[in-house]
Design a protein around this ligand. Structure first.
Ligand code: R5P
Length: 311
């Protein structure tokens, strides 16, 4: 088995390789003067079971292209099996047509990864579970929930908890986390705009008064969804609001928005390499999912059960 990495999240790839007690495959990603990407693998991979780690986070298109070219290089070097390990799957939010004459880019990206030569895909908390069906190759979708639940129990286990989904679409994810927290009660933030042009109103379904709220979501991008939800929960009498989010996309002014928000703490995973600003923020804490991914890789290589990781 070999673990190779692109440039998107080298610390995570190193930590995964460390968990598996393997060195990272010696490879280089270079750029031509016009920014074309060139991948060179400096060791033999013929007949190997290779896992290429590359979240397709910012800069999304460059990181995606690195992944595709890396897979192509492995295929042409006669790797026996290639697994694209994409802890954060960019373009996942474009998983349906929001209107006429619009693309389904998540499907296009799935086609590109398959066409490049991947035999399997390993993702974490896909924006929508159905995206697995965009691939006609085996796709494992891991959940960060066990890592988050352990942290919540350790830090907030003595408080009167309430798990909150920031929108109706996230209820299944929130319920799964609540189940892991000894069946903690569940609340939902329902965003409504009664008329076009009117500002959004947040209704909370559930009584959050006196509760330490745990907001859970797959992505924090601009931070708008989360910071508004945190304020609405505090207005309804929550004692504190902590957010657990798998993918810290944190674009633009998101870190300062979080810093100035009603959130007590934002906990993200290392599926995406955190920016300097995120690493330095007192309100942001990062949990590693390297052992989770490493263990899933070990089980895929051994052909043992991956789903039992979540029992
Ligand atoms: C949306 O469906 C996702 O689950 C997130 O809620 C969304 O991407 C967060 O975006 P933002 O942080 O920009 O509000």
């Amino acid at each position: 088995m070999k673990i190779m990495s692109g440039n998107s999240n080298l610390p995570l790839a190193r930590a995964i390789a460390g968990y598996l007690e393997l060195p990272l495959t010696d490879a280089a990603v270079r750029r031509f003067a016009d920014e074309e990407i060139f991948v060179e693998i400096h060791e033999n991979v013929r007949g190997e079971d290779v896992f290429i780690v590359q979240p397709t986070s910012y800069p999304v298109n460059d990181n995606l292209m690195e992944l595709l070219i890396g897979i192509d290089a492995l295929r042409r070097a006669s790797a026996k099996r290639i697994t694209a390990v994409v802890p954060y799957f960019g373009y996942a939010r474009q998983d349906r047509k929001p209107g006429p004459r619009t693309p389904i880019s998540a499907k296009l990206v799935a086609n590109l990864i398959t066409e490049a030569g991947a035999d399997r895909v390993l993702c974490v908390d896909l924006h929508a579970g159905q995206i697995q069906g965009f691939f006609d190759i085996p796709t494992d979708n891991l959940f960060a929930a066990p890592v988050m639940a352990a942290d919540i129990q350790a830090r907030y286990g003595d408080q009167s908890l309430m798990v909150v989904s920031p929108d109706v679409g996230g209820v299944v994810r929130a319920r799964a986390l609540a189940k892991r927290l000894d069946n903690a009660p569940l609340a939902i933030v329902d965003k409504r705009r009664d008329r076009p042009g009117q500002s959004e109103v947040m209704n909370i379904i559930g009584d959050v008064k006196g509760r330490a709220c745990i907001l859970i979501d797959d992505i924090i991008d601009s931070g708008g969804t989360l910071c508004n939800a945190a304020q609405a929960l505090m207005d309804e009498g929550a004692t504190s609001v902590t957010a657990y989010i798998t993918h810290g996309v944190l674009s633009g002014a998101a870190v300062s928005r979080v810093t100035n928000s009603a959130l007590k703490e934002l906990v993200i995973t290392d599926s995406i390499q955190a920016t300097e600003a995120a690493q330095q923020s007192d309100k942001i804490r990062i949990l590693t999912i390297a052992p989770l991914i490493g263990e899933a890789i070990r089980r895929i290589a051994d052909e043992s059960s991956v789903s039992s990781l979540f029992d």
